[in-house]
Structures are given as structure tokens and as C-alpha cells.
Design a protein around this ligand. Structure first.
Ligand code: 13P
Length: 248
């Protein structure tokens, strides 16, 4: 059985004091214990968030990292820095990084390998643009992104990885992929893993859907067989909404 994983990606939102306020609001209620809850906060908030989350069972994620441990890479954050804070997960290859910061499949692959080496669990994002979907290319693009991200990764490490299928046209637009479309793409991703590794491995990997996930659509998405969780943007910034999503 794959444990459902719901992660809030706060993106470039929340100062340190705002982070602590939101965490306080999220701590008050009881989250469903059957769901793994992860918060991906900005770099500047990670240390304080780690302390604030102590004892809650909520996991902490970074939103990006460099693959090198140290060096002349002005403005970058290394896996060692994240590890010392006690970060559990790191989002890698989010479409906003691919679109605005030239994140290539090759870099995504380097980051995934480095994260695994440092025992930081990667949440690897893949997804097609609207043009690609309308041109009938969605499956090809997603398959390629998955294979390139996992190049050179051993079977034994696959369980540590979460894949987030986030169609770019559904991010921040209010448009959600239909639960069937989302499920079909998650199935395709699972098949790609099955073909590259084996059937046991394909059953182990957790695959999230992301893109305008809200309290009103989470239940339908989570009922689908291939969808193991959600990567939530906007709605994760509103405590009431995120709580409803986790306790779907
Ligand atoms: P929204 O939920 O705001 O559409 O963002 C999705 C996302 O990009 C999560 O990583």
C-alpha cells in the first residue's frame, strides 16, 4: 500500500514571521494520520519552520537545490545546507523552474541523484504545456521527462522518489485536469517506471497530481487508483483550505 502524500508548495510566498503564523494555524487541528503531510517553504523559512514543526509529524521540504555540495555558485543552496536544517524532501524540476530558470532535464537528473545521495527525498515534477497537450504530445513529453529525470538511478532508490504530475496549463489557472486525465497520465508514468525497472518497483513509487487542487476537487482526484497524493500551490497558503485538502 502506498501512503498518500499531500504537499503544500508555498512557492515564493511567506516571510519567516508569516511562515510561523501559517504553521501555527496548521498545527491546531488534527491531520488525518493516514496521510503524509509535507510543507515546501521558501529557503529563508526552512530553519524556523523545522523548529515550529517539531513533534507535529509534518515533513519539511525545500523547493529547489543545487547538485554540488559547495563551491562558487552564487545564490545557490547545497544539499549539505538543506541536510543540516533537517529537510526531508526537496521539490526538483518544478515547471516554474523549468520555464523561468532554464532548468533542463539534465540538471533535474543531477539534482535527483544528489538529493538521493544526501538522503533528501526528491519530489520530481513533470508535466506538459497546453500547446503540447493540444498537439497530442503530452504523453511523449511526460514520458521523456520521467526517463531523463531517472537516468542512472538504481531500482532501490525509486521508493525514495515521489513524482508529481503537474500539467502546466493547470497550474495557478483554476483549470484542473479531469480526474480521469490525471489518473491516465499517472498510470502512464507508472508504466514507464515498470518498463524501466519492474512491476514491484512500479507499485512502490508514489505519484502526485498538481494543478489547481482545491478542497472541492481533492476527493475525486484521490479516489483514483493511480493518484497517490497532491502537490498543492495556491490553496496551501490558506490554512483552512489546506486542512480540508489533507483531510479529504
Ligand atoms: P496551484 O495549486 O496554485 O495551481 O499550483 C500548483 C503547483 O504548481 C504546485 O507545485
Amino acid at each position: 500500500m502506498r501512503k498518500p502524500i499531500i504537499a503544500g508548495n508555498w512557492k515564493m510566498n511567506k516571510t519567516i514571521s508569516e511562515t510561523l503564523e501559517l504553521i501555527e494555524a496548521l498545527k491546531a487541528p488534527k491531520f488525518d494520520e493516514g496521510v503524509e503531510v509535507v510543507l515546501a517553504v521558501p529557503f529563508t523559512s526552512l530553519s524556523e519552520a523545522k523548529k515550529a514543526l517539531e513533534g507535529t509529524g509534518i515533513k519539511l521540504a525545500a523547493q529547489n537545490m543545487h547538485w554540488e555540495e559547495q563551491g562558487a555558485f552564487t545564490g545557490e543552496i547545497s544539499p549539505l545546507m538543506l541536510k543540516e536544517i533537517g529537510v526531508d524532501y526537496c521539490i526538483i524540476g518544478h515547471s516554474e523552474r523549468r520555464q523561468y530558470f532554464n532548468e533542463s532535464d539534465e540538471r533535474v537528473n543531477k539534482k535527483v541523484k544528489s538529493a538521493l545521495k544526501h538522503k533528501i527525498r526528491p519530489i520530481v515534477c513533470v508535466g506538459e504545456t497546453l500547446e503540447e497537450r493540444e498537439g497530442g504530445q503530452a504523453e511523449k513529453i511526460v514520458k521523456e521527462q520521467v526517463l531523463k529525470a531517472l537516468e542512472g538511478i538504481d531500482k532501490g532508490d525509486i521508493e525514495e522518489i515521489v513524482i508529481a504530475y503537474e500539467p502546466i496549463w493547470a497550474i495557478g489557472t483554476g483549470k484542473t485536469a479531469s480526474s480521469d486525465d490525471a489518473n491516465n497520465m499517472c498510470r502512464l508514468i507508472r508504466e514507464v517506471i515498470g518498463n524501466k525497472y519492474d512491476d514491484t518497483t512500479k507499485e512502490k513509487i508514489r505519484i502526485q497530481y498538481g494543478g489547481s487542487v482545491k478542497p472541492s476537487n481533492i476527493k475525486e482526484l484521490m479516489e483514483k487508483e493511480e493518484i497517490d497524493g497532491a502537490l498543492v500551490g495556491g490553496a496551501s497558503l490558506v490554512a483552512e483550505d489546506f486542512i480540508k485538502i489533507v483531510n479529504y
